[in-house]
Design a protein around this ligand. Structure first.
Ligand code: ADP
Ligand code: MG
Length: 221
């Protein structure tokens, strides 16, 4: 089953002679349950691809279907509901709230959405990510790798249809990055989720189920 379908997606920035195609006629499907790695040079369109998949940005043309819903032309409010319910984002920087504990940070998106956290499920996420003993810590009492694990737990907490990660290990040393990557991949597999992951690290990309490469806004392999 396909969870994402891109049909001839273009994203154009700028006007007239300054126009650039961040994405050009991209066709892509992501299957439910897979880990898809996206590689490519800086400026090749990787983040743009992820933003369109996650409803952060709308395409200039083409159609995006996520979980059987056409999100190409949603209004802003519909788009933010879609994002909150369906997407878990992980970025290079952790964006944790410094005055909240690990547990509170993890539950934050659910509380903001006025829903009740699924305690049992979140407990499972916390355990998979090895954060059991860190629940009541504040972010500044944690290492970089631990903070990123909290950010991953937060992304998974609302059982998103799709987990999108933009260079999640970019700020970590290579050993910690590798550990965090393994945990991220194992979590999405155990929890039956789908992961699209941008990485500069070709070794990490090779461990995905599938890899695509972008060059100048087009998929080349
Ligand atoms: P990557 O993540 O692979 O480094 P991006 O998707 O961020 O690439 O960018 C693709 C291209 O689109 C680049 O040429 C970049 O400069 C351009 N771009 C991205 N976002 C914007 C924006 N908000 N306004 C103008 N140009 C942008
Ligand atoms: Mg980028």
């Amino acid at each position: 089953m396909d969870i994402v379908t891109f049909e001839k997606i273009c994203k154009i920035y700028g006007e007239n002679e300054n126009q650039i195609y961040a994405l050009k006629d991209v066709d892509l499907t992501v299957r439910k349950g897979e880990v898809l790695a996206v590689v490519g040079a800086s400026g090749s369109g990787k983040s743009t691809l992820l933003h369109i998949m996650g409803g952060v940005d709308a395409p200039s043309s083409g159609r995006v279907i996520v979980d059987d819903k056409d999100i190409s032309r949603l209004k802003d409010e519909e788009m933010s509901v879609f994002r909150r319910r369906k997407i878990g984002f992980v970025f290079q920087s952790y964006h944790l709230i410094p005055v909240l504990t690990v547990e509170e940070n993890i539950q934050m998106p659910i509380l903001l959405d006025h829903r009740k956290p699924d305690k049992e499920y979140i407990e499972q996420v916390v355990e998979i990510l090895g954060l059991q003993d860190r629940r009541n810590h504040l972010p500044n009492q944690l290492s970089g790798g631990q903070q990123q694990r909290v950010a991953i737990a937060r992304a998974l907490a609302n059982r998103p249809t799709l987990v999108l990660a933009d260079e999640p290990t970019g700020a970590l040393d290579s050993k910690t990055g590798e550990e965090v990557m393994v945990l991220l991949r194992d979590s999405v597999k155990k929890l039956n989720q789908t992961l699209v992951l941008i990485t500069h690290n070709i070794d990490l990309a090779r461990e995905a189920d599938r890899m695509i490469k972008l060059v100048d806004g087009q998929i080349v392999e």
